[in-house]
Design a protein around this ligand. Structure first.
Ligand SMILES: [Zn+2]
Ligand SMILES: [Zn+2]
Length: 179
């Protein structure tokens, strides 16, 4: 604030000083030099408060701007880990099923096929053995039919796949434009 020196009375009621008064060109109040200095000191305090408010506002803005994105990224990572774990468990079950039933039937089928091929090469057909082989094929087919096919059921369970955002903003409720 610039100071215009005049000879008026200081506006502070308890002060009767009339010498070297000046008007603050901010609030147009007259002060003696002592109270003018005091008045200016309050500007320093106010400026300091504004700077403090500015810094804290900026910090809050930065937090608000960045806060939720890492949380969403984290949710993606957690969900991927979760899905991969479920997939691994499913794969393990399918592999167990394959090793326990399918490969066993496959091995028996190979053995039977070898027997059948040997039988075909022989000039004298062994009818009993041929019938036995046929019977074994039938039993193998029955075994395979008994084992139900692996089926995959897909479902989205909220606990593993859902995320929602709540934004405190309403239509028509814009930020007041101050500047
Ligand atoms: Zn003033
Ligand atoms: Zn004064």
């Amino acid at each position: 604030m610039a100071m215009a020196t005049t000879r008026k009375q200081c506006s502070i009621s308890t002060c009767k000083e009339e010498k070297d008064t000046c008007d603050c060109n901010g609030c147009l109040t007259t002060f003696c030099s002592h109270h003018y200095t005091e008045h200016r000191e309050t500007f320093g305090i106010i400026r300091h408060e504004i700077e403090h408010d500015y810094n804290s506002l900026k910090e809050t803005l930065r937090d608000r701007k960045n806060a939720q994105i890492p949380e969403i990224d984290q949710w993606v990572e957690d969900s991927i880990i979760n899905i991969k774990q479920i997939a691994e468990q499913c794969r393990k079950k399918v592999i167990e099923y394959r090793n326990q039933f399918i490969i066993e039937i496959e091995n028996q089928l190979t053995t039977l096929t070898t027997v059948l091929k040997q039988n075909q090469k022989e000039i004298n057909i062994d009818e009993i053995e041929l019938n036995q082989t046929k019977e074994k094929f039938n039993r193998l087919r029955d075994e395979l039919n008994k084992i139900s096919k692996v089926s995959i059921k897909r479902e989205l369970t909220p606990s593993t796949t859902k995320i929602s955002i709540s934004i405190p903003f309403h239509k028509g409720n814009n930020i007041t434009k101050l500047i």
